[in-house]
Design a protein around this ligand. Structure first.
Ligand code: SAH
Ligand code: SF4
Length: 348
């Protein structure tokens, strides 16, 4: 661990203060941000518009990035999963996904998760801590480092990695505003998706921010007695309350809300579930992502057969629900978040 100042994710006022303390003018902060976020350069010796003494001073007092990529898995389709360690027990995962429209980064908001969903690997290792804004931002920086050689950079963010983003609200919202800033990654609000298991006060707070983000709800079951069994948060905020908040969000933001629906064989993949899902979503401009379950070693859940998956999709479409089948990219690299950390920590 280093006692040097980490400059990644440092907001404008703190960064200008840092340069003022070094006896440097404020515009150095702007130049540094250009190097880090736009040119993807973290090596002070390459920062050619800095005087030599300043570069030396920076080497002595600062670092660009506090984490280390400790594992990297690359799938045949190019999907890349990184495990970044900020300390021994502070390991997070992010996944670089390549789509025809650009690169999406799936990032983590916490180390572990408190929500305890029965199908998810993230909660299995327990909850360690909230990530800081800088640690969330560093995932984008590290991903861009990976992508630089191919002339690519992250253009979309989905908060679907480890953790519940709305359980780490202040840091997540700050990281969104930071990444959106034209002086940093300049990622459009419309290119950012926040996924939640259904933290109702967080959804309401997010609505008040009035940002054109995409809200994604991890629904996974259309009936309370089923959702209660797999998502403990449903006992706190049952479907009626959740859907009320979602309807309000959709109305005020005028954005299409996305629903995630993992298909778990024999549990939520029958005709009755498609019918109930369709009536739950009636009147909402929604898109349902149907996701065959990504099996987690040690957990009893399985994905349904392809035939059952197609049947479920058709049943939704027949009831006027816009649904897309989301095949997990790179399944062979344990793209379901939480799995790589578990393996690294030998918990499986
Ligand atoms: N905590 C937030 C965001 C992280 S999880 C949330 O729950 O929405 C991101 C998505 O991955 C959620 O929809 C979650 O339910 C889903 N997921 C978790 N484990 C999975 C698995 N093994 N296979 C497929 N999807 C999974
Ligand atoms: Fe947490 Fe989301 Fe996993 Fe549930 S699905 S345990 S909320 S990361």
């Amino acid at each position: 661990m280093t006692s040097k100042r980490n400059l990644v994710g440092l907001a404008w006022p703190a960064l200008t203060d840092f340069f003022l303390e070094l006896g440097q003018p404020e515009y150095r902060a702007k130049q540094l941000m250009e190097w880090i976020y736009q040119h993807n350069v973290g090596d002070f010796s390459q920062m050619s518009n800095f005087p030599k003494e300043l570069r030396q001073k920076l080497e002595e007092t600062a670092v660009v990035g506090a984490g280390e990529v400790v594992a990297r898995q690359v799938a045949a389709d190019g999907t890349t999963k990184l495990a970044i360690a900020f300390s021994e027990d502070r390991i997070v995962e992010c996944v670089i996904l390549r789509y025809h429209y650009g690169v999406t980064l799936c990032l983590s908001s916490q180390v572990g998760c408190k929500m305890g969903c029965a199908f998810c690997a993230s909660g299995l290792g327990g909850f360690v801590d909230n990530l800081t804004t800088a640690e969330i931002i560093e995932q984008i920086w590290q991903a861009n480092q990976e992508l630089a050689a191919q002339g690519l950079r992250v253009g979309h963010l989905v908060y679907m990695g480890m953790g519940e983003p709305l359980d780490n609200y202040p840091q997540v919202i700050e990281s969104i505003r930071f990444a959106n800033n034209p002086a940093t990654f300049n990622i459009g609000m419309r290119n950012i998706t926040v996924s939640t298991s259904g933290v109702v006060p967080g959804i309401r707070q997010l609505a008040e921010e009035n940002l054109p983000l995409t809200l994604s709800i991890s629904l996974h079951a259309p009936l309370d007695y089923l959702r209660d069994q797999i998502m403990p948060i449903n006992q706190r905020y049952p479907l009626t309350e959740l859907m009320l908040a979602v309807r309000d969000y959709a109305r005020t933001s005028r954005r299409r809300v996305t629903f995630e629906y993992i298909l778990l064989a024999g549990f939520n993949d029958q005709l009755i579930h498609a019918e109930k899902l369709a009536s739950l979503l009636a009147g909402i401009i929604a898109n349902v992502n149907v996701i065959p379950y990504n099996e987690v070693p040690g957990l009893p859940w399985q994905a349904p057969s392809d035939k059952q998956i197609r049947f479920f999709l058709r049943a939704l479409e027949a009831r006027g629900v816009t649904a897309t089948l989301r095949r997990e990219l790179g399944p062979e690299i344990e793209a379901a978040c939480g799995q790589l950390r578990r393996r690294l920590q030998g918990e499986e």
